[in-house]
Design a protein around this ligand. Structure first.
Ligand SMILES: *Cc1c(COP(=O)(O)O)cnc(C)c1O
Length: 462
């Protein structure tokens, strides 16, 4: 009887097969050879055990599918067709061209901590310090890694031994395991719960600080809404309680709205909270502010300085790339040009414009295929990123009839990747978060995804 392992194809021969040569051109030699070796090892084991060996074509097809499906080594550009403008899993706010240019400049050697006039060491956050104080009306401001870091730092530096008073209605999870009770604990301070889940009054906070709590924290309900028999003190009431007891009032605003906007009716405006007397506010850089990931602390000079000097500040500090992108983003607000920031131009686009684009896209897709069917649909988009929960923006897009899960997968694994929504078993492409200049790419991506649906070589058909 002949040795069954003789039937195992030789690596050298497989490497000459046209499909493999093509895959090496596309993905590089290493990943293809590694995947082939692993597959051949497996075949040898199967053969030794007397199992049936796949034919060579099937073997190559499954190896190439594995190479295709391997996780990307770099971040892949995505067309966000979800209708969620600030999608945390897709990197939240896209940056403006000015912010991207600033970031590119900062990639080289820059005057991050040197005053070029004197040659002396300068402050690291010089490019953002003044714009932030001007835009928020705060005495002082600085920025760290993200909103969560800003909150931890503020609590560490400002909540003393007496712990921090937080309403039971605000002991929330913001997402990604960010839970207020855990954050308070990890900041090395104590949680002093006040009030009840649905109703907390000014006198609850007053009782807590009179009993020794050394700070008050309010957390904006970013991603949920509470209706019915509910009560929360006004900002003025909290300010009064904090001032009477001489403790800092830390206001976690979440999104960091720098100017009031009709699309975000429930979001606190930073300058209004500062003017109303919050001791410090913290907010994110990449939510409605429209900049890079960052967390900003703004407020009374003495308190902000305590945050800046805290040892933890060094561990949470902002890098030069995001410092540059944040400065460029803030400059759009200072020039009264924030409407041009991607997040705001997406939010402000007229729905009839979206509908016209949807019609053109539907025509172009229908042109290329009979199946699946394409239909222009009215949609509701959301700001996302924990902003104005429940509020929607009228939107438009196209719905594709067909095998929704498979088509969505093909769209996600195409290049550029397209992340759609699935509604009632149909793939839906919402245009509100798609920049108009990406429409051409979107059409191509959808055509390509539909074209490959009928084939069997893809990784999802195994
Ligand atoms: C989003 C959010 C945070 C966390 O900010 P990140 O920038 O995501 O770290 C904290 N608090 C509130 C109220 C938020 O909405």
């Amino acid at each position: 009887m002949s040795d069954p392992r003789r039937a195992v194809p030789a690596l050298g021969r497989l490497l000459d097969r046209p499909a493999v040569v093509e895959a090496i051109t596309e993905h590089g030699r290493d990943p293809v050879v590694t995947a082939l070796r692993a597959a051949l090892d497996q075949v040898r084991r199967t053969a030794s055990a007397g199992g049936r060996i796949e034919d060579e074509d099937a073997l190559i097809a499954s190896v190439l599918a594995a190479v295709e499906a391997r996780p990307a080594l770099q971040l892949t550009p995505v067309i966000n067709a979800t209708g969620v403008l600030l999608h945390t899993n897709l990197g939240r706010a896209p940056l403006s061209p000015e912010a991207v240019a600033a970031l590119t400049t900062a990639a080289g050697t820059v005057d991050l901590e040197v005053d070029l006039g004197t040659g002396e060491r300068g402050g690291r956050d010089a490019p953002i310090r003044d714009p932030l104080t001007r835009l928020t009306g705060a005495e002082a401001a600085f920025a760290v890694n993200n909103g969560a870091a800003a909150l931890v730092l503020a609590l560490t530096a400002l909540a003393g031994d007496g712990g921090v008073a937080v309403s039971r209605g605000e002991l929330v999870e913001i997402g990604g395991s960010f839970r207020i009770p855990d954050i308070v604990r990890s900041a090395g301070t104590q949680l002093v719960e006040v009030g009840t889940t649905n109703r907390t009054h000014a006198h609850d906070y007053r009782a807590a600080v009179e009993a020794g709590a050394s700070a008050i924290l309010r957390v904006h309900p970013s991603n949920f809404r509470m209706d019915g028999f509910v009560h929360r003190p006004t900002t003025a009431e909290l300010v009064e309680v904090a001032r009477a007891a001489d403790v800092p009032f830390i206001d976690d605003l979440g999104s960091g709205l720098l100017r009031a906007h009709a699309a975000a009716p429930d979001e606190p405006v930073v300058a209004e909270r500062i003017a109303a007397g919050a001791s410090v506010v913290v907010f994110s850089g990449d939510k409605l502010l429209g900049g890079p990931q960052a967390g900003i602390i703004a407020g009374e000079a003495e308190l902000v300085e305590r945050c800046r000097r805290a040892p933890l500040a060094r561990a949470l500090r902002l890098d030069k790339l995001r410092m540059a992108a944040l400065a460029a983003t803030l400059s759009a607000y200072e020039r009264d040009a924030a409407g041009g920031l991607p997040v705001w131009s997406m939010a402000e686009t007229d729905v009839t414009t979206l509908r016209t684009r949807a019609e053109a896209i539907a025509d172009a897709i229908a042109d290329a295929s009979v199946d699946p069917d394409v239909e222009v649909v009215a949609l509701q988009a959301v700001l996302g990123g924990g902003s104005t929960p429940g509020a929607t923006l009228p939107s438009a897009g196209v719905a594709l009839t067909g095998p929704a899960d498979r088509l969505a997968r093909r769209l996600r694994t195409g290049r550029p990747a397209v992340v759609p929504r699935i509604v009632d078993d149909r793939v839906v492409l919402d245009l509100r978060a798609v920049p108009p200049e990406a429409d051409g790419q979107l059409i191509e991506a959808v055509r390509a995804a539909i074209a490959t649906l009928g084939t069997t070589a893809g990784p999802d058909t195994a």
